[in-house]
Design a binder for this molecule. Structure first.
Ligand code: PGA
Length: 243
């Protein structure tokens, strides 16, 4: 029996309406693998059309961010309420591109995580260190701080995506030993500090059809957060037929 994997497609700010429709229709054809839960996270404006198309399929819908308040005068932002109405079940929070380009702090990510949970959305909480922190051996401190602030106590079944910043979109992937170290560290920290006994630990950063199987088999992580490769049907076909 294969361990069920959570595969999260992070489309980022890519694809237009017609290309996204084509991709989702193709993805539906590969979405009958019972060993995989596939969550697709399009940019906000694509969510309504993708939501309609996946209705009868096994694909789950997610968003790439949400605002930390329920409603109000926040020009340009998107509320959890709308995401729920559009049938989103997951929301990616604390992605390093949000932290970098929108100055999102751990405290802000924490507010978003709490709101998402209280409104019934599942947060996919992203953590990851810079290359400088990796080289100076400071990476565990960075991850510990992110987990400590962003993850609520006693929140079992939490989804953590470990994405080293130096690995996102670069083709550089940590060794399986490094991923395993982070997995163990995360499990231990969340257990001892947050009383969380069930963690879904995803790896993200330059995952593709060539490295996916080895990472899954050797590290036994619970799944992957996939950016660039999630836009290519040939890549996703190979990934989604895992097991
Ligand atoms: P990548 O992006 O797979 O293109 O490296 C992953 C992510 O940023 O979620």
């Amino acid at each position: 029996m294969c361990q069920v994997k959570l595969i999260v497609s992070n489309w980022k700010m890519n694809l237009n309406v017609s290309d996204s429709k084509k991709l989702i229709k193709d993805l539906i054809k590969f979405s009958n693998n019972n060993s995989i839960e596939h969550v697709v996270c399009p940019q906000f404006a694509l969510i309504p059309s993708v939501s309609r198309l996946i209705k009868e399929s096994k694909i789950t819908l997610g968003a790439q961010d949400c605002h930390h308040e329920k409603i109000g005068a926040y020009t340009g932002d998107t509320s959890v309420q709308i995401l729920k109405e559009l049938n989103c079940k997951y929301v990616i929070l604390g992605h390093s591109e949000r932290r970098d380009y929108h100055s999102e702090t751990n405290e802000l990510v924490k507010k978003k995580v709490f709101l998402a949970i209280s409104e019934g959305l599942k947060p996919i909480i992203c953590v990851g260190e810079s290359i400088e922190d990796r080289k100076s051996n400071n990476y565990l401190n960075i991850i510990e701080k992110q987990l400590d602030v962003c993850v609520p106590n006693d929140y079992n079944n939490v989804v953590i995506a470990y994405e080293p910043i130096w690995s996102i979109g670069t083709g550089q992937v940590p060794t399986n030993k490094e991923i395993l170290e982070m997995k163990k560290f995360t499990y231990n920290f969340l257990k001892s500090k947050k009383r969380i006994h069930k963690v879904n630990f995803l790896y993200g950063g330059s995952v593709n059809s060539m490295n996916f199987h080895e990472i899954m088999n050797d590290t036994k992580v619970d799944g992957a957060l996939i950016g660039g490769s999630s836009l290519k049907i040939i890549e996703m076909n190979k990934i989604l037929t895992f097991c």
